[in-house]
Design a protein around this ligand. Structure first.
Ligand code: RFL
Ligand code: PHB
Length: 392
């Protein structure tokens, strides 16, 4: 097989990049290890920044998102039994975020891919990336026990944190920065109305909680748990009871409980790989970086990478500017480190970390940043997302 861009991974990064390139007449083949159902079964992100929303529109896949997505112009932060609101319209120049599940975007993108006729090959194994430091990269993979080869101009490594792309960059040419947090988020999804119209990020003596949603009738809730907790030990009742005890007393009575339709524990990690490119291989999304979910930045960072790589490849194929690829890693990393900092900071403020004095200092920070104009502006501007830089 021959194509212009081989894309490894059919998560949101790979599918969005594939759709944008296809629409621009740039040929691509997507290779995915799992089945479509498996990819769609992973319940992950829910909050989309304007940059991602615009990119999904540019890809022509926004109909359902524009119909069903819930625009949010603020978020709530709760501590000491009190709720405080961060007003995005006021403090982030009228910007907003859209609540629409990653699962839904992925489903929309998969459907568009199928309709476009562009190839996406699922259930492949033993993907190997070769020749990226020369002019003729190729990708080997096995499908139904048979080895196949794709010759291409570029490889986009969109294969998540556990993929092969990052490891294709030699150890001595890549530096990885990593911090693993001593707790995870236990999340449940339920067909119950959300407790509030907006998200609530909260800290109580018992720990962190997040009240989120997917629609007016579907809620997503999280509590932090220690890393040795097993999801099997958390019955729905135990979860609802724990969440309820963490909520501010005033709103506890508004919580509507019901059977969970998904329940899982996600570890929290900060991770960045530098550089994000090696010859003709580019790392995109979780393949290159992970943030703890407290700032809702993971998928939004992935879309930043997709935006930059797409615009760079337009320069390459439409203007014959091969040198444009050199700026990829630097452009992405500037945005990524800002989001890493924001996510780490929100995580530190909203979880019971460290010793007594650390907690007192964090409580004071939380108070300052949710009660002063300056503080609320800092949270609002970063929560709605920093703008993408222009690609030259
Ligand atoms: P993905 O989604 O992991 O997709 C990678 C795909 O590559 C495939 N793959 C391979 N394919 C072929 N060959 C191989 N060798 C392969 N190895 C792997 C995988 O099967 C998979 O299909 O990465 P991508 O596309 O970069 O997308 C990143 C996002 O999924 C991630 O950043 C977000 O989900 C993070 N995240 C959030 N981000 C936000 O922006 N807002 C949020 O509100 C938010 N909430 C969250 C989150 C992540 C969470 N978890 C579970 C980590 C909440 C949670 C709980
Ligand atoms: C979610 O709805 O899953 C969600 C929302 C906000 C976050 C993380 C996860 O910060």
């Amino acid at each position: 097989m021959k194509t212009q861009v081989a894309i490894i991974g059919a998560g949101p990064s790979g599918l969005l990049l594939g759709q944008l390139l296809h629409n621009a007449g740039i040929g691509n083949i997507i290779l995915e290890r799992a089945t479509p159902d498996y990819v769609l079964g992973r319940i992950r992100a829910g909050v989309l920044e304007e940059g991602l929303v615009s990119l999904v529109r540019e890809a022509g896949v926004a109909d359902r998102m524009d119909r069903e997505g819930l625009p949010h112009s603020g978020t709530q932060i709760a501590f000491n039994n009190e709720l405080r609101r961060i007003d995005f319209h006021k403090y982030a120049e009228g910007k907003q975020v859209v609540v629409y599940g990653q699962t839904e975007i992925t489903a929309d993108l998969m459907e568009a891919r199928e309709a476009s006729g562009a190839p996406a090959i699922y259930e492949v194994v033993n993907v190997e990336i070769h020749g990226v430091t020369g002019d003729s990269p190729y990708v080997l993979f096995e499908k139904d026990g048979e080895q196949q080869r794709i010759d291409c101009d570029y490889v986009a490594g969109c294969d998540g944190f556990h993929g092969v792309s990052r490891k294709t960059i030699p150890d001595d040419l890549r530096k990885e920065y990593e911090k693993v947090y001593p707790f995870g988020w236990l999340g449940i999804l339920s067909d119950t109305p959300p407790i509030d119209e907006e998200l609530i990020y909260g800290l109580s003596d018992r720990g962190f909680y997040l009240c989120s949603m997917r629609s007016h009738t579907r809620s997503r809730y999280y509590v932090d748990v220690s890393l040795d907790e097993q999801v099997e030990d958390w019955s729905d009742d135990r979860f609802w009871d724990e969440l309820s005890q963490r909520l501010p007393e005033d709103i506890r009575g508004n919580l509507v409980t019901g059977p969970s339709i998904e329940k899982s524990i996600a570890p929290l990690r900060s991770f960045v790989c530098e550089p994000m490119q090696h010859g003709r291989l580019f790392l995109v999304g979780d393949a290159a970086h992970i943030v703890p979910p407290t700032g809702a930045k993971g998928l939004n960072l992935a879309s930043g990478d997709v935006n930059y790589l797409y615009r760079i490849l337009l320069k390459v194929y439409k203007e014959n500017r091969l040198e444009a690829t050199k700026q990829y890693s630097e452009l992405c990393l500037r945005r990524i480190w800002h989001a890493e900092r924001f996510s780490w900071w929100m995580t530190s403020m909203l979880h019971n970390l460290g010793d007594e004095i650390d907690r007192k200092i964090m409580a004071s920070q939380l108070d300052y940043y949710t009660s002063t104009e300056e503080g609320m502006r800092v949270i609002a501007e970063q929560y709605v997302g920093l703008p993408y830089e222009e690609v030259v």
